[in-house]
Design a binder for this molecule. Structure first.
Ligand code: ADP
Length: 259
C-alpha cells in the first residue's frame, strides 16, 4: 500500500504539472495492526481474571453465601488468586513493553557467568524442592558484558518453565559452554516436551502450547517473550530443541566480555 502527496506546479495560474511523492506505508500499517492485536489480546487476558474476581465478590456481597463459611472462604481465595494473576500479567506486560520500546536500557557490566548461574539456581531451589525436581548446576567460568539482573531473570524464567512442565523426581540441568566468542546457556529438562509446530511460536506474546493447562499453572504466556527481548537486547539468540514427551532444551547465547 502507498500513500501519496501531490503538489500542482502552476505557471501563470495554469497547472502545468504536478509533483507526486509516493510513500510505502506497509511497515507503518503492520506496526499499527500489531498494536491493535496486542491491545485486543491484552484486554482479553485481563478480562478473564477480572470476571472471576467480580463473580466471587458478587456472591459474597449479595449475601447468597450467608452461613456458608467454607464457600465464602473459597470465593475469597478465588478473588485473591486472580488478583495475583492480574498483578503478574500487568507487571509482565509493562516489562515487555518497556524492554521492546527501548525504555529500559540494559545496565551492562562485566559479570561472572558462574555467579549469575548460581544465583538463578539458588532462587529456584525452593520451587524445585516443592515440585520434587532435582536441580543440577554445571557452571562455566567466564566473564560477560551483560545486565546481571536481566540475565538472572532470563535464567529463572527458563528454569521455572522447566520445573513447571516436568514430572516429580525428574532432573533439570543448567549448564553453559563456550563457543567462539560466545557463551551458550542451556536449560535442559526431561519434561513433557513441545510439539514441533510450536517451537518458534512459544516465544511470541501470550503463546502457550496448551492455554488452559498453562493458565492453571499460573502462567501468562509472556515469560519467553520477555526472555527473547532481553537476549536480543544483548545481541544474543534464544531457541529451543525438543521432542514431544521427551524433554526440552532451551538455549541462549551472549557475547563473552574481553575485559
Ligand atoms: P507461561 O509459562 O507463563 O505460560 P512462557 O512464555 O514462559 O509462558 O511459555 C510459553 C509456553 O511454552 C508455555 O505455556 C508452555 O506451553 C511452553 N513451554 C515453555 N517452556 C516449556 C518447557 N520447558 N517444557 C514444555 N513446554 C514449555
Amino acid at each position: 500500500p502507498v500513500e501519496y502527496v501531490s503538489t500542482p506546479i502552476r505557471e501563470q495560474g495554469k497547472i502545468v504539472g504536478a509533483v507526486v511523492i509516493f510513500k510505502d506505508i506497509t511497515e507503518r500499517q503492520i506496526v499499527e495492526r500489531m498494536k491493535n492485536e496486542f491491545v485486543s489480546v491484552v484486554s482479553h487476558e485481563l478480562r478473564t481474571p477480572l470476571t472471576s474476581i467480580r463473580s466471587a465478590l458478587g456472591l459474597l456481597t449479595h449475601g447468597s453465601l450467608k452461613n456458608q463459611p467454607a464457600k465464602s472462604q473459597r470465593m475469597l481465595e478465588i478473588a485473591f488468586d486472580n488478583t495475583n494473576r492480574l498483578v503478574r500479567l500487568i507487571n509482565d506486560i509493562l516489562d515487555i513493553e518497556r524492554i521492546n520500546s527501548g525504555k529500559v536500557t540494559m545496565e551492562k557490566q562485566n559479570c561472572n557467568a558462574a555467579e549469575l548461574m548460581t544465583q538463578a539456581v539458588d532462587e529456584m531451589q525452593a520451587m524445585a524442592e516443592k515440585a520434587e525436581i532435582n536441580l543440577i548446576l554445571a557452571p562455566v567460568e567466564t566473564h560477560l558484558w551483560a545486565d546481571p539482573d536481566r540475565i538472572i531473570q532470563t535464567l529463572t524464567n527458563l528454569l521455572s518453565n522447566a520445573i513447571k512442565f516436568s514430572q516429580p523426581r525428574s532432573t533439570v540441568y543448567l549448564s553453559a559452554k563456550l563457543q567462539d566468542s560466545q557463551i551458550i546457556f542451556q536449560v535442559i529438562d526431561q519434561g513433557r516436551g513441545i510439539p514441533e509446530d510450536k517451537l518458534e511460536t512459544i516465544f511470541g506474546r501470550f503463546q502457550q502450547v496448551d492455554a488452559s493447562n498453562s493458565r492453571n499453572q499460573g502462567g501468562t504466556g509472556l515469560g519467553l517473550a520477555i526472555c527473547r527481548s532481553i537476549v536480543q537486547q544483548h545481541g544474543g539468540r534464544i531457541w529451543v530443541e525438543s521432542n514431544l514427551g521427551d524433554g526440552s532444551t532451551f538455549y541462549f547465547t551472549l557475547p563473552v566480555s574481553n575485559q
